[in-house]
Design a binder for this molecule. Structure first.
Ligand SMILES: NC(=O)c1ccc[n+]([C@@H]2O[C@H](COP(=O)([O-])OP(=O)(O)OC[C@H]3O[C@@H](n4cnc5c(N)ncnc54)[C@H](O)[C@@H]3O)[C@@H](O)[C@H]2O)c1
Length: 363
């Protein structure tokens, strides 16, 4: 089994916790990126610890907290009881405009050592950071607690921890999940195609709207600097001279609006303009509509298993080979999704492990 702890019992947690049960009972791997990573299947994932600060969630069983206000993921798989959501440390997790959504509980906040001890007592092997965007201090606090507890960290959010080389006695993967078929993956694929067909990317944007607390939280522009950097670099890095593309502001990629009725549906508008043969211009426009939380969870069930495999082999600190395929802002960015996939497979092979099915083999 893989014992997992969650920081931030929001919509991603609600999708993830249920989806593990969904796959456990489905008996099929339809929709998974990898059925097996090392010896681990999705059914080996077990949630043993959860922490939040909201009065709607702290003190409740995880199986109920995942449906508490303001979460909006529907119920689709039965989750067993047994994990009580613990009080965390608020720090900068709750933005002023989000106080009504994440109303902090009136419980005592733990110290870093207390939190680390709680994690050890619960047997946490992999800790997931699912805090709101802009939680810089809070993310570092929980990352330090994970390191003290000897737990691996999977940093799902755009706070630069793995990519800045976080010291830990256990593996650190991140930063900022790149959804299975999310806007970043699709945008990168199109931008790579421009390069692979010998054209030059002139300008491109990616506008995203959604209707959950993640999007509402991102209405505060001051919390967004790292999200924009993460998304922009993910696209620019597919091109010949990424720094030039960024400096000339030829890429715009970021959250662009909160539309409450969309709920967990995310709609992305992607536009690219390229210079091709004999000065001809080519324009591409794509509209992408996804269940944002499903896209994130698909990646998390893989990243958790990669983290555990790395831990089994005694690896420590930021792992670039394990992060490029799954995160927008990894320690080392791959120029294409295929390159990222090969980095992952090569890293696993060095450990004598493999992921199945291999996605880079010809059909
Ligand atoms: N496709 C995706 O969904 C996707 C992709 C990339 C990154 N992410 C990131 O994953 C993160 C989680 O997304 P979500 O939709 O679950 O967010 P959410 O807003 O639904 O949940 C955030 C949770 O964190 C809790 N929280 C706030 N401050 C806290 C603190 N100091 N300590 C503990 N808990 C605290 C809130 O009470 C809430 O339960 C976000 O940062 C999001 O941007 C998501």
């Amino acid at each position: 089994m893989i014992n997992v702890g969650i920081v931030g019992v929001g919509n991603v947690a609600a999708m993830l916790v249920q989806s593990v049960e969904y796959y456990r009972s489905l008996g099929s791997s339809e929709g998974l990126i990898h059925e097996k990573i090392g010896k681990y299947e999705v059914a080996h994932i077990r949630f043993v610890y959860a922490v939040d600060v909201s009065r709607e969630k702290v003190g409740r069983d995880l199986s109920e907290a995942i449906f508490a206000f303001p979460n909006s993921v529907r119920k689709f798989a039965p989750v067993a009881r047994g994990v009580t959501v613990r009080m965390g440390k608020v720090l900068d997790g709750v933005a002023p405009h989000m106080v009504e959504d994440f109303r902090p509980a009136r419980a005592e906040e733990p110290t870093l050592s207390q939190l680390a001890r709680e994690m050890q007592d619960a047997g946490v092997e992999v800790l997931l950071n699912l805090l709101p965007v802009g939680s810089e201090e809070a993310s570092r606090f929980y990352a330090a607690a994970a390191a003290q507890a000897g737990a691996a960290l999977v940093n799902a959010i755009p706070v630069f921890i793995a990519s800045k080389g976080f010291p830990s006695p256990a593996p650190v993967l991140g930063d900022d999940i790149k959804g299975q078929l999310g806007a970043t993956a699709v945008h990168r694929a199109l931008a790579s195609l421009v390069r692979w067909r010998g054209a030059r990317l002139l300008e491109t944007y990616q506008l995203n709207v959604g209707g959950n607390t993640d999007f509402k939280n991102m209405l505060a522009w001051e919390r967004l600097a790292s999200k924009k950097e993460s998304k922009t670099m993910a696209v620019a890095s597919t091109q010949e001279r990424p720094e030039e593309v960024v400096r000339e502001e030829r890429v715009y990629a970021g959250p662009s609006g909160y539309v409450p009725f969309l709920g967990n549906t995310k709609v992305s508008h992607i536009y690219l303009k390229a210079l091709a043969f004999a000065g001809s211009e080519v324009e591409v426009e794509v509209r992408l509509k996804v269940d944002d939380k499903a896209m994130a969870s698909a990646v998390l069930v893989d990243a958790i298993r990669v983290a555990k495999v790395a831990m089994d082999h005694g690896l420590r600190g930021s792992l670039d080979w394990a992060s490029a395929f799954y995160f927008k802002h990894p320690p080392r960015q791959a120029r294409s999704e295929m390159e990222a996939l090969r980095m992952l497979y090569a890293g696993l092979e060095r450990l004598g492990e493999r992921a199945e099915p291999r996605l880079d083999e010809p059909f």
